[in-house]
Every structure is written in C-alpha cells, then in structure tokens.
Design a protein around this ligand. Sequence first.
Ligand code: ADP
Ligand code: MG
Length: 318
Amino acid sequence: MPNDKFKSLALLAIGGNSITKADQEGNIPQQFSNSRKTAQHILDMLAQGYNLVITHGNGPQIGNTLLRVELSSHSVYPLPLDTCVSDTQGGMGYMLQQVIGNTLREEGIKKIPLTIITQVLVDQNDPAFLNPTKPIGPFYSQTKAQDLIRENGWKIIEDSGRGYRRVVPSPRPLEIIEAEAIKALIRNGFLVIAAGGGGIPVVKDNNNLRGIEAVIDKDLASSLLASQIQAELLLISTDVEQVAIFYNTPKEIKLSNITLKEAEKYLNDGHFPAGSMGPKILASIAFLKGGGKTVIITNPQNIGNALAGKTGTKITLN
Ligand code: ADP
Ligand code: MG
C-alpha cells in the first residue's frame, strides 16, 4: 500500500438512511446492524486506494434525544441543541468506530477509525436565526404545538400533512474548527469520522467559542470539511442510486455525468428541493468551486459501481 500521505483523499458523507431504515423503529441494535452493512461498502472506497474521512447525518437520533429531553423534563435538566448534537456525535461515532473497526480487522486492513467531536463555526448574524426553517424532533398535535409555542417560544410549522413540528435555524457553516487536527490524523493513517449531524454549531464571542441553538445541514458541513482538508472526491451516499431531473414524474431523467454549470442550471430550474436533494447539490457546487475535483452521489450499495463509472451521478468542473 502506498504511504497514506500520497493517497488521494475522499470524504464520504453517509445519509441517515444508511443507519436508520424508514420501516424500522431505529433502535440501537438495528442501527448497529445497518451500520455494519454500510461498513462493508466503505471497503469499496478503500479498495480503490482512497484515504477516507467519513461524515454522517443524525436526524432520527437527535429527534429521539429531543423526545427524551421533553418526556423527562420533570425529573432531569434539559439539553440545549448544541449539546444534543454533540451527544449524537459521541454515540454514533462510538457505533461507527466499532463496526468499521471490526470490518477493517476482519479484512486484515491495518487502519484505526477515530471519531472527532467537531464544532462548526456559524455567524450569529446569519439570516437563518431570524427565520428558522429546519424541522426537527417529534410531530405534535395542533393543541400541543400551541402549548409549546407559548411555553418555550418555539417556532412550529405544519409539516406536509404529517403533523406539527418544531423548526430551528440552519445557518451556513463557515469553518470546521477541528480541521487541522483531522488533517494530522489523516496524515498518520487514521480513518476519521467527523462533523456528525452537520457538526456542533458554535459562534465566536471575541475569541471564545460558544454553542448556539441551531443545526447545520450535514451535506453543507461535509462539503466545507472536504474543502478544508483538500479532499479530491466528495461522495454523498443517500437513498437514491442517481440524481434525476423531473424527479418522480413521468418525464424523469436520471443523470450520470453532469458539469458544475449543468448542476447550477438544474438547481436554479427547481429540480432539487430544499429539504432533500437541494443541499446535496449546493454542497457539490461549493466543493467543486473550492478546489474539489469530483462529486459522486449514489446509494450505499452502489458505491463500488459508481466509483467504477457504472452508475451514480458524477459531477465535475467541466
Ligand atoms: P439523506 O438522509 O441522505 O440526507 P434526504 O432524504 O435528505 O437523504 O435526501 C435524499 C432524497 O432526496 C432521496 O431519497 C430522494 O427521495 C429525494 N430527491 C429529491 N429530489 C431528487 C432528485 N431530483 N433526484 C433524486 N432524488 C431526489
Ligand atoms: Mg438530508
């Protein structure tokens, strides 16, 4: 194997669906079992000679953390959102470290996975703080929603006919605070797991960092981390094999190879919705503009095929 210093670096962003399946309760044994399968697909990337950094979503996990906080509010202190994110980074990092470590050992690959609790700088004047948009946590009835708005000052919206849900600010990530430490670990051969759940949102007061009530989009944070560590490939693993235009309509066209310009055009034409594919395309555009070479979007089981150019959606500068 070549020295890790000279291998090309890839960032793999794992979508929530790789860890929690829609038809499952999503309990801990199920999360471990799903993560074990994902770990197998990670081998496909190592087999291609990439050095890897892994990021992951935390939607269902932080939803459950918030539900626990709410149900236990009469007997135990509450947790602010930044602490909820850090808790999921720890718990999910532990799980990924263990299952990826086991998989690597079984394959005889001498690489140690290691989780970095990651803070991500945001601007306290980001317009997102005045206009919270990111749905988070459990669904409520209308009456319960009204109580929570009154008691907690939350903003709550009606979420696509499924019930009422709290929305929180989702500010733009500006800087991965631990990027230098992550780079040093990569140089030393560790497989780093970082920026879980989009990272812990922090702001700067003079020279001090302070957590803030928000959540950061994991695709945007992954793209920023990929740029900061000078990765050449950003692989976004999600629930679809390929990105499409006219998605879910009779006119649907799956995209195999597109340029940065085409990605921007399709985004402006409204093919990629804000809560799902939109952030992935925005993340891809930012990564390519920030010096990245290639973005691939596909599902976990097709990571190997997509790297071999057989499927997936590849986005390049031109
Ligand atoms: P993740 O947990 O990986 O971030 P999301 O649910 O946020 O996953 O986003 C991926 C989803 O985006 C896909 O499962 C698909 O249903 C949806 N989607 C929306 N628009 C498109 C599109 N144009 N092409 C492909 N998938 C799309
Ligand atoms: Mg998502």
